[in-house]
Design a protein around this ligand. Structure first.
Ligand SMILES: [Zn+2]
Length: 325
């Protein structure tokens, strides 16, 4: 895949491995040229009240999500998906109010990825929940577009929260010397990803609870191992009564490219082969169980179902917009 170094690095910035300085400069320039649509969407799961909150979008090149695929093949899929070579990728942060806890799953980009992302706090203002009311933050993995929003200019964004992350993810990034030998991007991108993970996880060192997979670590929340994208990446199963939903985090990225072709490998996955196997297995189970799915990077609000396709891969069936939650 001929991705020039320049395109690559531009993409790297957009794809959450941003150089923090560039991001900060952009983020300091508030621009409200265009009227904005709502960045909140409420829905229910059993007795839980949920809100999909937009953190904004990233604009990476599509080629990043289809590492070893011939350009003509990718072009064909982009055409079928009504997408261009530069994508608009949503970042959907989930807030779950269980009654007992107000739980946030991931935190968006914060100041790391420029002005199109990092809108979680701004959009949170639209609901009657303040950042100090958040009692738990669950981190699915330690990439910049998920952990960047842990802090802002004046410290912790969610100062009263307990922080939860999988044991395997925590142990990987916090070892003294971290490497990603199977990473498919350039060295700078890799180093930046490692630096961001170490810095952001360092912030919560004294407040973190490490959870085991496949057991409820918070009432209603169970982590499903979905390793590959990062070494300890997890999906989160949320259950209230008989109602179940799976938050797939970054098990799958793009609802066209990666959902139609789960074997196509994003270049930034830590272990691209493992990530592809995981993707197929997790998606297959969701499709066959007909489970409600929440996807961090799918078109906002990221809520819907999967259907297996005869020719392989899956189709995304978004839920109808509900005006009453
Ligand atoms: Zn992500």
């Amino acid at each position: 895949m001929p991705i020039s170094r320049r395109t690559f690095l531009t993409g790297a910035i957009a794809a959450s491995f941003a150089l923090p300085t560039a991001g900060r400069l952009l983020a300091q320039t508030p621009q409200r040229m265009m009227p904005r649509n709502a960045g909140i969407y409420r829905f229910k799961l059993g007795n839980f009240n949920l809100i999909s909150i937009s953190d904004g979008i990233l604009n990476p090149p599509a080629a990043l999500f289809a590492g070893d695929v011939a350009p003509e093949k990718l072009k064909e899929v982009l055409q079928q998906g009504f997408q261009g070579e530069t994508l608009a990728v949503d970042c959907n942060v989930l807030l779950v109010d269980t009654g007992e806890n107000k739980v946030l799953i991931d935190t968006g980009s914060g100041l790391l990825n420029g002005a199109t992302a990092g809108k979680l706090l701004e959009n949170l203002q639209q609901v009657q929940i303040k950042p100090i009311d958040i009692t738990a933050v669950i981190l699915t993995h330690a990439h910049g577009d998920h952990v960047g929003g842990l802090n802002g200019k004046s410290g912790f964004n969610f100062p009263n929260a307990r922080y939860f992350i999988g044991k395997q993810e925590w142990n990987f990034w916090t070892q003294p010397s971290v490497d990603l030998p199977n990473f498919g991007g350039p060295a700078e991108m890799k180093q930046q990803a490692i630096k961001i993970a170490k810095t952001q996880l360092g912030l919560i060192r004294d407040r973190v609870t490490q959870f085991d997979v496949n057991q409820e670590f918070l009432p209603g929340f169970t982590a499903i191992p979905a390793y590959g994208h990062t070494p300890g990446h997890v999906a989160i199963r949320i259950a209230s009564g008989n109602a179940v939903m799976v938050h797939t985090a970054d098990t799958v990225h793009i609802h066209t490219i990666n959902l139609w072709n789960p074997s196509w490998k994003p270049i930034f996955d830590a272990d691209r082969d493992l990530a592809a196997t995981t993707r197929q297995a997790v998606l297959e189970k969701i499709a066959s169980d007909r489970t409600l799915m929440f996807a961090y990077h799918f078109p906002y609000p990221g809520l819907g179902h999967l259907r297996s396709r005869d020719r392989g891969g899956f189709d995304w069936q978004p839920v109808n917009w509900q005006f009453e939650s």
